[in-house]
Design a protein around this ligand. Structure first.
Ligand SMILES: [Cu+2]
Length: 378
């Protein structure tokens, strides 16, 4: 306990000094009331729930991008990120002619990719705007790169919809008391809380409001990439984020709705990479022969496993859950349970087409397939 108090005092004084010089970098990052064990920060302040008159961008943050993009971390050391991800309903397309009214974080399924560095702090704000019609394709000044990437993406075609519902946020990348930070908020309410990225990896975030299966299957999930403090030992020529997930849709007249019985029976209508059966087929990833490609792969589920495979390549290095301590070499396929992630690298052997599949082929046939094209630079 005495040692803990000492650590807390040290954290407080360093953070006070950082505030004095107007600097958000350098660790340790613990502030008053928090404590550190082995360089990791615990004991976050209590979440706050309030009402605000906010009508701005639903996604705010310098390092929030739309998959398969990954934002570059253009700073040294550690940083505090101000991140907003509002919940809103959007009508999105999953396959040609198949659209449904999704519950989303930020307006897309999956939600935006948040990229931070191990040791970074996230100050997170989320307004439940499920009872508001919100456009996601018209970014405000200084908006996240997410918006431009969304408008470049011909898939999903998000349209505003209204579907009032309590929601919450569960970041697997955060180590906090879930009953406080991951609490449900009603339409019109805002929750704000902090977490520190204590472990590197590829993490899932999702709505944890009951039925969690329903809220997740309705579209409320996305990826957080926490890069290791010292980076990976290899130099990647390309970095891409792939999130696999299932949809459980049934046709009713002209439209599609969520089918809870199909979700309970783990019988998806569609399984996708990055939210649309065509997203990585018609718009393949790009590289050149000899390149080292690094994939950040998350299986968001909510139910199924993924046997991730690149046809014609072998994973030279795999870091399971993205942690440098969990290194595998020469993997043909990487098995990911629901909510598992991994960082996978391969060398592009020659010019050509490399298909990415869930090698559980019933899921590949439902849409979990994409491609990487290797061709000389144009
Ligand atoms: Cu929800």
């Amino acid at each position: 306990m005495k040692q803990m108090m000492k650590m807390m005092a040290l954290g407080a004084s360093v953070s006070a000094l950082a505030a004095l010089v107007g600097c958000s970098q350098a660790g340790p990052m613990a502030t008053a009331g928090e404590f550190e064990i082995e360089g990791k920060v615990y004991g976050m302040p209590k979440a706050e729930v309030f009402r605000e008159d906010y009508r701005g961008d639903a996604v705010v943050g310098d390092t929030m991008t739309a998959s398969p993009h990954l934002a570059k971390l253009d700073y040294a050391g550690n940083k505090t990120h101000q991140v907003r991800l509002d919940t809103l309903s959007q009508k999105v397309e999953v396959a040609p002619g198949v659209s449904y009214t999704a519950w989303t974080f930020g307006g897309s399924v999956p939600g935006p990719v948040l990229h931070v560095r191990e040791g970074d702090r996230v100050v997170f704000t989320m307004k439940n705007r499920s009872d508001e019609a919100v456009l996601v394709s018209e970014p405000g000044k200084g908006a996240a790169p997410f918006y431009r990437q969304m408008s470049d993406n011909p898939y999903q075609k998000p349209e505003a919809a209204i579907s009032p519902m309590p929601h919450s946020m569960d970041f697997h990348s955060g180590t906090v008391a879930a009953d406080d930070k991951w609490r449900s908020i009603s339409p019109g309410e805002t929750v704000q809380f902090e977490w520190v990225a204590n472990y590197p990896g590829v993490y899932m975030y999702h709505c944890g409001t009951s039925s969690v299966l329903m809220h997740t299957a309705m579209g409320q999930y996305g990826a957080v990439v926490v890069s290791p403090k010292e980076g990976y030992p290899t130099e990647a020529d390309h970095e891409y984020v792939i999130t696999q997930s299932e949809f459980y849709l049934q046709q009713v007249g002209e439209s599609y709705i969520y089918d809870h019985q199909a979700a309970m029976a783990n019988n998806p209508s569609h399984v996708t990479f990055n939210g649309h059966v065509s997203a990585l087929m018609d718009q393949p990833l790009r590289a050149k022969k000899g390149d080292r490609v690094r994939l950040y792969v998350l299986n968001a589920g909510p139910n199924g496993t993924s046997s991730f495979h690149v046809i014609g390549a072998i994973f030279d290095r795999v870091w399971y859950e993205g942690n440098l301590e969990n290194e595998w070499r020469g993997m043909q396929t990487v098995l990911l349970g629901a909510s598992n992630g991994a960082v996978m690298e391969f060398i592009v052997p020659e010019d050509g087409l490399y298909k990415l599949v869930d090698h559980e082929f019933h899921d590949a046939e439902r849409g979990a397939a994409g491609a990487l094209i290797a061709a000389p630079a144009q």
